[in-house]
Design a protein around this ligand. Structure first.
Ligand code: PMP
Length: 428
């Protein structure tokens, strides 16, 4: 595999390619093939971008047809037929059936663009500066969203102070301590030293932060806290959204309706860059042009996104995600039961699942071993302590069977070299 041009020209900061050093050529659903014709099962899916797999036939077809008609590809925030189609589909297929009344804005096409925009709306609407963010959060790498992100190495790389954010513990961070009560206390106490926040931003599952999941009761408490203290709830659904947790939005069925929601990644259907911020209509406070960006009108992404939303018209689509997630979880639980002496434990929900061990180095070693078994699965968490599985939601039974068998082989090969340790005790 000739990788010399990448190593010679690309900056040292490149990272995923170090874990998976193939030169990829083609992809179809959950199968990636490299330039030598070697196939891999993709349980990584562009970190949750390829929820509908590589080159989903219906999505790809829609994009090809649009291009062959000379459809407009770039349009800033001009009105286009492609954008009209997307907004109509969003309203009819996603928002209305869920009883959600949101206006939207298209920021630049990345997740971090969505988060920056959401924070700007919240700050302007409330006239406050402070944003509450959680331990192990990940919200992006531009300065505003990086300030809300928790990973020390990434924060230090900013090279400037990161401000405007107060960090508080996520659910279960301190075992028995109810971290929602803690948050309520410091916001209620005018002597706590914490400024009244414009917003509380959270992920319902911390996708980059180790697959910590928030419970519905905790989320409801946090939502109540935002209302009590005159601030807004921002759910960052960049990685958890578009079906990853089993429903289109990760907060569905949790009894909370965020004031602002960030989407990106899988929104663009087949990896085409696109992001969206949804917000309560009364928060529409930015004046024309007060926020902008050249790539807010990626019409190929609008076309792909519309074709992807069409998949959600069939109730079976959601049911299938839930069923596949349950199948994967069952298999992971069976693996965990086999190695309790290594503290093996299963995390996540829906089709955002993972497996961890007391020894934080095991996940990385298993990921490497899995790659030699032609399975692509990355790690997550501050210490990369969890092996994360994000296969396409559309993964076929054959691909899933192949992927899980390869993973199981990798785990058993890696764990036979490990010594016994005390069992893992999950925080309650
Ligand atoms: N928020 C969350 C929850 C994410 O997982 C990510 C990306 N991993 C981002 C924001 C940033 O997205 P992007 O890399 O597209 O800027």
């Amino acid at each position: 595999m000739d990788t010399r041009i990448f190593e010679a020209m690309e900056a040292e900061v490149r990272s995923y390619c170090r874990s998976f050093p193939a030169v990829f050529a083609t992809g179809r659903n959950a199968t990636l093939t490299d330039a030598d014709g070697k196939s891999y099962i993709d349980m990584f899916a562009g970190a949750g971008t390829l929820n509908y797999g590589h080159n989903h036939p219906a999505i790809r077809q829609a994009v090809i047809e649009y291009m062959l008609q000379d459809g407009v590809t770039h349009s800033l925030d001009l009105y286009t037929v492609a954008k009209r189609g997307f907004l109509t589909a969003l309203q009819e297929i996603i928002l209305k059936p869920r009883g959600l009344d949101y206006k939207v804005t298209f920021p630049g096409p990345t997740g971090t663009n969505a988060v920056e925009t959401a924070m700007k709306f919240a700050r302007k609407a409330t006239g406050r500066q402070n944003i509450i963010a959680f331990t192990n959060a990940f919200h992006g790498m531009t300065l505003g969203s990086l300030a809300a992100s928790a990973t020390r190495t990434k924060r230090e790389a900013a090279g400037v102070p990161l401000g405007g954010v107060t960090r508080v513990p996520y659910e279960n961070y301190f075992g028995d301590l109810d971290t929602a009560d803690f948050l309520d206390k410091i916001l209620s106490d005018t002597g706590s030293g914490i400024d009244a926040p414009a917003a509380i931003i959270l992920e319902t599952v911390q996708a980059e932060g180790g697959l910590n999941t928030a419970s519905a009761p905790w989320l409801r408490k946090i939502a109540a806290i935002t209302r009590k203290h005159g601030s807004l709830l921002i759910v960052d659904d960049v990685q958890t959204g578009c079906g990853r947790t089993g429903t289109f939005f990760s907060f569905e069925g949790m009894g909370v309706t965020p004031d602002i929601v960030c989407l990106s990644k899988a929104l663009g259907g087949m990896g085409l860059p696109m992001a969206l911020v949804l917000f309560r209509p009364d928060l529409d406070v930015l004046k024309p042009g007060e926020h902008n960006g050249t790539f807010r009108g990626n019409n190929l992404a609008f076309i792909a996104a519309t074709a992807a939303l069409e998949l959600w018209r069939h109730p079976d689509f959601e049911a299938e995600i839930v069923a596949t997630g349950a199948k994967i979880k069952q298999r992971l639980n069976a693996i965990a039961d086999r190695y309790p002496y290594l503290g093996t434990h299963v995390l996540g929900r829906g089709m955002m699942l993972g497996i961890g061990w007391t020894d934080p180095t095991i996940a990385g070693r298993v990921s490497q071993r899995a790659f030699s078994e032609q399975i692509i699965a990355e790690t997550t968490g501050a210490d990369n302590q969890v092996l994360k599985l994000l296969p396409p939601l559309t993964i076929s039974d054959t691909e899933l069977a192949q992927g899980l068998a390869g993973l199981e082989r990798a785990i058993s090969l890696e764990l036979q070299t490990c010594n016994e340790v005390a069992p893992f005790v999950a925080a309650e």
